[in-house]
Design a protein around this ligand. Structure first.
Ligand code: NAP
Length: 250
């Protein structure tokens, strides 16, 4: 790919790291951006910057100052604010934007999913499982405060330690980073005797084993649906598709 200017990858996902590697190998000038939330993050190949830009204004200033020729928003499907900022900043600066989103998971035969629009709705839905239900929260620490007032017993899996003030009163924290194996997820669900799994519909293979384990063990899943993309935005679903789009722009 030959074009002057930097490609900015808004990252924090496995796809963003794969994209950075591919572009690096094609000798594209690429900088990956991480929010800086996770201690000891897995770093992408090539140049990395860490921390917020300061809203859409700050991002627009960065795009102009750094001479960014294209932005790839390869952030997590639930990172809606940075996506909205990217759409805004790119529109204002005339910078082409590619949005990369892994496909959502779909229920399969044998699954018992209750789909809800957000984590607050997921918390409300737990009433149906009873006061003493055992709940596996695989939603990570962001948004866990939605479950703070729930009486059920929780196991929260997160990459980094959550704020204690956000946790429900009966909650054990499991600090673990994916990918997770089917055997490991089965063992975890069996040892905790969970009655229900709460998951974001993140998609992708790295954390999908929990859904297979839940299906095999007959554990119902409360599935939090993704926030919608900003109006008019169409997402690419694969790294190769995003690279081809960038090549067309070069
Ligand atoms: P968010 O709510 O969409 O963004 C909040 C703010 O964090 C943004 O306004 C921006 O600050 C900053 N930010 C987010 N992503 C950034 C990036 N890649 N580079 C620089 N600044 C960034 O995002 P979030 O849900 O907190 O997620 C933060 C990061 O973790 C994302 O990069 C995402 O890919 C990753 N992640 C999120 C989840 C999840 O479940 N949400 C799961 C796995 C990984 P300024 O306004 O100051 O620029």
């Amino acid at each position: 790919m030959s074009a002057t200017g930097t490609v900015l990858i808004l990252g924090g996902t496995a796809e963003a790291r794969r994209l950075a590697t591919t572009l690096h190998e094609q000798r594209v000038d690429v900088v990956s951006s991480l929010a800086g939330r996770v201690p000891d993050p897995v770093l992408p190949r090539g140049e990395v910057r860490v921390g917020g830009f300061g809203g859409a204004d700050g991002l627009a200033g960065y795009l102009t100052g750094r001479g960014v020729r294209a932005v790839v928003d390869a952030t997590h499907p639930f990172a809606a604010r940075i996506t909205a900022n990217a759409v805004d900043a790119c529109a204002r600066t005339g910078t082409p934007l590619v949005v990369l989103r892994r496909p959502a998971w779909r229920p399969q035969a044998g699954d018992s999913w209750l789909c809800v629009p957000d984590q607050a709705a997921a918390a409300s839905s737990l009433t149906a499982f009873g006061h003493d239900a055992r709940v596996f929260l695989s939603t990570g620490r962001q948004g866990v405060a939605a479950f703070r007032d729930c009486p059920q017993r929780f196991w929260l899996r997160a990459v980094g330690p959550p704020d204690d003030a956000d946790l429900p009163s009966r909650c054990e924290v499991i600090l673990q980073r994916g990918p997770f194996t089917l055997d490991g997820e089965r063992r975890l669900f069996n040892s905790t005797h969970v009655d229900v799994l709460v998951s974001k519909n993140s998609g992708g293979p790295m954390t999908a084993a929990k859904l297979t384990a839940a299906r095999d063990l007959g554990i119902p899943v409360v599935m939090v649906e993704r926030p919608p993309l900003p109006p008019g935005v169409r997402a690419m679903t694969g790294v190769e598709e995003a690279v081809a789009d960038l090549q067309r722009m070069a």
